[in-house]
Design a protein around this ligand. Structure first.
Ligand SMILES: [Zn+2]
Length: 325
């Protein structure tokens, strides 16, 4: 009884604190692992931070893979080691997806989850925004909105974002946020690291995140912090720069509570998009062939789209369905 009273008091305090923005300047952003209940569902808390002298948590739903920014006081966290969380919640879609990604960690390129639910009619689209001096290919988004407008629902689009693109393309990011706020699209933000370093002189096995001296902590956490300060809540997904990794790196990334996502249809490489595929194109101005291929794909599927036989899937639902069996 006493415990219940204490919980109510905490929740009430949390409600009073809710007037503060969780997106102002952020301090002490760090990994923090706990479990708790939020909106009646089990969540894994994976980060904590302070903003305007208030404490906040980032949590991921074990079942829906959605991310929540929760002010302290709105949840009662039970701290737990990450390995304990993996063991205790091993049957949930979130942990099953992480374990599946770990199992596919051996290839030097395209590790992680490459495929959603094959019974689907359509694809999960992911657009990589690696560092670039060119502008966002807005035509990808406007074409999607045009083809799917009849359904009057936000079309889900995965965007793998880098810190360098975020900070050098303020107008494009504002434009994307406005598109999302208007209800035309729903963006699933995927961590593509802060710097996305690449050295054309190095072999793949020592390139991208495998380059000596890479600071994984800042590559992952600095990007998340920058996104939050830009009022963007990220998903639990991660895409390796260049799709390059080794099994040790996959383990280190999943230890942040993130799910590595590969692709089984990189359009610019001539790979076809079949049902349930996680499709990859670049929208940073550097891969016009991929954009052209995607626009042709939209054209080819025009009738199927109108008949609801070819849809865009939300990566979170796609993976939840795949691992909720
Ligand atoms: Zn990239």
């Amino acid at each position: 009884m006493k415990r219940r009273f204490y919980l109510c008091l905490l929740l009430l305090l949390g409600l009073f604190q809710h007037g503060y923005s969780q997106f102002a300047a952020i301090d002490n952003y760090r990994k923090y692992f706990a479990v708790g209940k939020y909106n009646g569902a089990d969540v894994a808390i994976i980060r904590e931070y302070a903003s305007q002298k208030k404490q906040f948590f980032i949590a991921v739903g074990f079942d829906d893979l959605k991310t929540y920014v929760i002010p302290a006081g709105m949840i009662l966290p039970a701290p737990k080691d990450w390995d304990d969380i993996l063991a205790s919640y091993s049957s949930t879609p979130y942990v099953r997806a992480i374990n599946n990604a770990k199992k596919q960690s051996l290839p030097l390129q395209d590790a992680g989850i490459q495929h959603g639910d094959s019974k689907e009619k359509g694809i999960a689209l992911t657009i990589d925004l690696c560092p670039s001096h060119k502008a966002l290919d807005r035509v990808i988004f406007t074409s999607i909105v045009k083809e799917f407008h009849k359904f009057k629902q936000p079309e889900p689009i995965g965007i793998s974002i880098t810190g360098k693109f975020l900070h050098s393309h303020a107008q494009d990011i504002d434009w994307l946020k406005k598109m999302a706020n208007s209800g035309a699209i729903e963006i699933v933000w995927i961590n593509h690291t802060y710097n996305h370093n690449y050295d054309p002189k190095l072999p793949l096995a020592h390139n991208f995140l495998l380059e000596t001296g890479t600071n994984l902590d800042s590559e992952i956490l600095l990007l998340e912090k920058s996104l939050l300060e830009n009022e963007i809540v990220f998903s639990p997904f991660f895409r390796f720069p260049g799709l390059v990794s080794d099994s040790q790196l996959v383990d280190r990334v999943t230890d942040y509570g993130l799910i590595p996502i590969g692709s089984d249809a990189w359009l610019a490489k001539g790979q076809n998009a079949n049902n349930g595929d996680i499709v990859l194109i670049h929208g940073n101005g550097n891969e016009p062939i991929g954009v052209k291929d995607f626009l042709s794909l939209l054209k080819k599927q025009k009738d199927a789209i109108l008949n609801k036989q070819w849809l865009l899937y939300d990566l979170r639902e796609d993976i939840e369905q795949e691992f909720d069996k």
